[in-house]
Structures are given as C-alpha cells and as structure tokens.
Design a protein around this ligand. Structure first.
Ligand code: IPE
Ligand code: IPE
Ligand code: MG
Length: 247
C-alpha cells in the first residue's frame, strides 16, 4: 500500500533538495559501465519530480553535476553531458504538460555549448509554468556560489553601494544563485553516503537531512514519500527548546 496517504499535506516541505548518488555503483553491480547507471537514473528523476508536483512541493533541487565532477574521466563527463542534452530535450514536453518550470544553478559557462543551449531553451520554454520549480544543480558547488557572492558584494562595497557594516544574511542570500528559492527544509542523499559534497552549504543551515541506502536508479516515489514522512515526524527546534516549540 502506498505511503502517500500518510503524508500531512499541511506540513509539506516547500523545497526538497536531493543529492542523487549511486549511479556508478548501481551499474557496477549489474556488470555494466557507469554511464548505464546514469541513464537509468533518469527514471528516478522523472518519478521524484512527478511525485513532488503531485503532492504540491513547490521547489525541487537536484544535484546533477558538481564542480568536482569535472575531475572524472573524460568519457564519463562527455557521456553525462550528452545524456543531459537528450534528457532535457525529451522531457521538456512533460515539464510543460505538468506545469513544471525548469531552472538551473551552477556555472553555465563551464557546460558544453550544446548542453547550455538546450538547458537555456528549456528554461525559456517553461518559464511561465507555476505548479512547481525544478532546479538542476549543474557544474555547481556551494563554495563556488559563496565565492561569487562575496566577489559581487565586495564590488558593491567598492563602488560605495553597500556599507561593510550593512552586510547581513539577507545581502549574502540575495547574491547566491539560489536567491529566488526558499531554503530547503529537507535534504535527501541516496546511496548510503553521509556527506554533503559541496551542495547548498549556506542554504541547508537548518535543513533536515535524510540519508537513504537506496542507489539513485532504484529510488522510487515510495522512497520519497518515506523520506517526507520521516521529516514530518521530526521536531525542528531552530535553537529553541522543545517546550518553547510546544507553546
Ligand atoms: C551520482 O552517481 C551521479 C553523479 C555524480 C553525476 P555517481 O556517479 O556518483 O555514482 P557512484 O557514487 O560512483 O556510485
Ligand atoms: C555528489 O556526488 C555530486 C552529485 C550527486 C552530482 P559525488 O559522487 O560526486 O560525491 P562524492 O565525491 O562521493 O562525495
Ligand atoms: Mg557518487
């Protein structure tokens, strides 16, 4: 039986972020090349995005390629970039049908021209969709984003637009590539690894972390529902005491 009906819709996270990990191990377990795992990870992306849209989650951010992933073997990078192009092309009509707006965070300039063009076209095409926002983190790392934000703020200080004393969390927030999205309440990582790998460091300051042992290609809607139910059973205290939260 589906766990879906056990989800409290009035306590739904607005934003879920996912580190989609374990494609390589999934393929290796089947005696195949790593790229086979990436190809099979697309189904899990589709399932997760659909499940979030059906529930009413407003933002879903997926870590698809990190700044550090550029150090992988050339063949894997090329295959991943091609997979990205074909997936975006194939899935854009479904995004339109489901009212999903595509966005991206990360250094687009690093992406191959074809990949960037496909991404930007889909972003343009889906920009008026309002049901859910799907953010792809591509050539993204949180430290890269924070460094850019600091540079931008320093420039404005230099030009006399901001006083150093006026720099606060809000100003830093506004200069991050995630500025248009609320911070995720729930962050999921698959594959059993329990680390953040340079994803959304600033934004997850108070996120609930959920680690699933499933490898990404095996991650289903039910796994997502389970993660959400687990999140809903936690007490988020934000530094306060349990008694204060009960008031
Ligand atoms: C996640 O799966 C996808 C990307 C990082 C692009 P991996 O490729 O990291 O798979 P494992 O961790 O080696 O199993
Ligand atoms: C994190 O996974 C990046 C993505 C899922 C895109 P990795 O597999 O690259 O992370 P590490 O290197 O094991 O920490
Ligand atoms: Mg990995």
């Amino acid at each position: 039986m589906s766990q879906k009906q056990n989800i409290l819709l009035d306590k739904l996270p607005k934003h879920i972020a996912i580190i989609m990990d374990g494609n390589g191990r999934w393929a290796k377990g089947k005696g195949k090349f790593r790229i086979f795992g990436h190809q099979n990870g697309v189904k899990a992306v589709r399932e997760t995005a659909e499940a979030c849209a059906e529930l009413g989650v407003q933002y879903l951010t997926l870590y698809a390629f990190s700044t550090e992933n550029w150090s992988r073997p050339k063949e894997e990078i090329n295959a991943l970039m091609e997979l990205l192009v074909s997936t975006i092309r194939k899935e854009t009509p479904t995004l339109m049908k489901n009212g999903i707006r595509l966005q991206s965070i990360g250094n687009r300039e690093d992406l191959p021209v074809k990949c960037r063009a496909e991404l930007e076209e889909s972003i343009r095409e889906t920009e008026k969709n309002t049901r859910m926002t799907l953010v792809l983190a591509l050539s993204y790392s949180a430290k890269w984003d924070i460094v850019n934000s600091v540079k931008e703020i320093a420039k404005q200080v230099n030009e006399g637009l901001i006083k150093p004393e006026a720099i606060d969390e809000n100003i830093i927030n506004t200069h991050l590539s995630t500025s248009a999205y609320p911070h995720p309440e729930l962050m999921i990582r698959t594959s059993g690894e329990q680390r953040i790998s340079n994803f959304l460091l600033w934004e997850i300051a108070y996120s609930e972390l959920y680690f699933s042992p499933k490898l990404w290609p095996d991650f289903t809607k039910e796994d997502l529902f389970e993660a959400i139910i687990n999140y809903q059973n936690r007490e988020r205290r934000f530094g306060k005491t349990s008694e204060q939260m009960a008031q």
